[in-house]
Design a protein around this ligand. Structure first.
Ligand code: SF4
Length: 137
């Protein structure tokens, strides 16, 4: 579905979305904080999220995907997602060939990949959506 004024823009998926019912579980953070991507996208429901929140903020240890909200998101710059731009500026990830990227369930519709290409995937596993200290949710 397209939003007003962006009829030509394809619907893309945010790879760092809030944990909300209907979101897809993209991956889980390992002990080193890096995301291990799931082979199959799992849609989460309210019950899953309630259980997850009992152990703290889900976004601090899981990555979720949902529709990119473009201008309805505070990370939207007006033309693109500011998150992956800042991540790439900060990390300068190594150049990778698109042929050697790790599997990802949303690459065909991912906002970050559509915007930045393979470097986004190279940096992606290092991104946690919620990096606040563990405080009450
Ligand atoms: S940036 Fe790459 S690895 Fe990360 S979610 Fe998008 S397609 Fe997947």
């Amino acid at each position: 579905m397209s939003r007003g004024g962006e009829s030509a823009a394809p619907d893309l998926a945010c790879p760092s979305a809030p944990a909300s019912p209907g979101a897809g579980l993209l991956g889980l953070a390992g002990p080193d904080g890096r995301i291990a991507f799931l082979r199959t996208l799992m849609q989460v429901d309210a019950e899953f999220l309630a259980t997850a929140r009992a152990a703290g903020r889900p976004e601090a240890r899981m990555r979720f995907t949902h529709r990119c909200e473009t201008s309805a998101c505070r990370q939207w710059t007006g033309t693109s997602c500011g998150v992956i731009t800042r991540v790439l500026q900060a990390m300068a990830p190594e150049t990778v060939s698109p042929d050697t990227l790790h599997p990802c369930t949303i690459r065909g519709t991912c906002r970050w990949f559509a915007q930045e290409g393979a470097p986004a995937c190279s940096a992606c596993a290092s991104v946690l959506t919620d990096t606040r200290a563990d405080e009450p949710a």
